[in-house]
Design a binder for this molecule. Structure first.
Ligand SMILES: Cc1ncc(COP(=O)(O)O)c(C=O)c1O
Length: 388
């Protein structure tokens, strides 16, 4: 292996992070309160177009808080996209509720409104509507929010948007994360901006956000001694990490632009060989994708795992698509609604898809290397097909 590793989505610092970290040190606010947190929360809310934001220790914590605020409890069901990372659904289990998984639709790879509709119709017939619908914007692709919000309103079931991967993506000129009752972002080290680890809960319901702050700080009653009437969590973000977040928020638009350029370069180079189904939304002028990861499905003759292995041999990290949650042993007893009776879209995407290194700091030279390796292998595959 001749060159240093090319990661899928490494952190990309701006240089200003240290300045805000130093402010925390200088003022001795080395705690989960302080000026960096206040300003970071304002930045996020303003950018997303929500009335408020609460900075927390992870995106998973933000989803958990949203479900707690919605009163999700044992015996309840919560609908959730199946094609996503496990953290989208784990908080349903934290609340001892039952996940029901909803398939993707082929354009955006996100929650299929028609599968959601079937699931809601059946739930209503059984007299047991879900307590919430967790909609994921996978790899930064906005879900079909118009249809999903119509269903949410028709059945009066609140939406939690898992926008962990989609900060900066818009749908009909509105930021993802600002459609549902709650929106969730992640600032994990691999996300479009990072605080090393962290997350945010956004909403227009400021009272609910106050309750989120209360729950996230051990649900301490307003008493002079330590009194607790409710179960709380220790989920607030540190003022030091919020300093990193402040600097990162200054460049979010540049980061979106860079990821989009990375995506466009792959697309130009590979479109001859690979079926880029996930591009579809970029051609629908109502969306802007942040292209957190360049993800695409391959034609049948190409085996994604082989490509990942070829890249790994050259010290390059590529990944399969998230394994759908309804296929995870952890969730094997959960219900699953396919896109249609004959179409199981998430399983098809999982089988044929892969993600390429997409960092906003990926150099042109490194991307060129990746493309060369891909073309060599894809050409070989198509040649084999021709000979056969
Ligand atoms: C779709 C999705 N949801 C939730 C999360 C959880 O975020 P965190 O790692 O900050 O807990 C992640 C990423 O890690 C994610 O990709």
């Amino acid at each position: 292996m001749s060159h240093s590793k090319i990661y899928l989505s490494p952190p990309h610092m701006t240089g200003n992070e240290q300045k805000y970290i130093n402010e925390a040190f200088d003022s001795n606010w080395i705690a989960p309160v302080g000026r960096n947190i206040d300003l970071f929360e304002q930045d996020i809310a303003h950018y997303v177009g929500a009335k408020g934001a609460v900075a927390v220790s992870s995106g998973t914590a933000a989803i958990h808080l949203a479900l707690s605020l919605l009163g999700v409890k044992k015996g309840d069901t919560v609908f959730c996209s199946s094609l996503t990372f496990v953290a989208s659904a784990n908080p349903i289990l934290y609340q001892s509720a039952d996940p029901v998984f909803i398939d993707s639709e082929p354009e955006s790879w996100n929650m299929s409104p028609q599968a959601l509709n079937r699931a809601l119709v059946e739930a209503k017939k059984k007299g047991k509507l879900p307590k919430a619908i967790i909609v994921v914007h996978l790899y930064g692709q906005p879900a079909k929010m118009e249809e999903i919000m119509e269903l949410s309103e028709a059945y009066d079931v609140p939406v939690v948007e898992d926008a962990a991967e989609s900060l900066g993506s818009t749908y009909q000129n509105q930021m993802t994360g600002s459609f549902g009752k709650f929106g969730v972002f992640s600032f994990n080290g691999n996300k479009i901006i990072t605080t090393s680890g962290g997350g945010a809960l956004v909403s227009d319901d400021l009272e609910a956000l106050d309750r989120a702050r209360f729950l996230a700080t051990q649900a301490r009653d307003p008493a002079i001694y330590y009194q607790h009437s409710q179960l709380g969590f220790n989920y607030r973000l540190s003022n030091i990490l919020a300093g990193i977040g402040r600097a990162q928020m200054e460049v979010i638009e540049d980061r979106v632009q860079s990821r989009k350029e990375v995506f466009e370069s792959y697309k130009r180079a590979l479109s001859e060989y690979v079926d880029f189904q996930c591009n579809y939304q970029s051609e629908r002028n109502l969306c802007r994708e942040n292209r957190w990861l360049t993800a695409f499905t391959c034609v049948d003759s190409v085996e994604p795992l082989e490509i990942i292995e070829h890249l790994r041999e050259q010290n390059i990290e590529a990944r399969p698509i998230w394994k759908p949650l309804h296929l995870q042993p952890l969730f094997e007893k959960c219900m699953y609604y396919t896109h249609s009776i004959s179409e199981n879209v998430s399983e098809e995407i999982f089988r044929s898809g892969l993600c390429l290194p997409s960092g906003s700091n990926l150099s042109k030279e490194d991307q060129g290397k990746i493309i060369d390796i891909l073309l060599k292998n894809l050409r070989k595959e198509s040649l084999i097909e021709e000979i056969v």
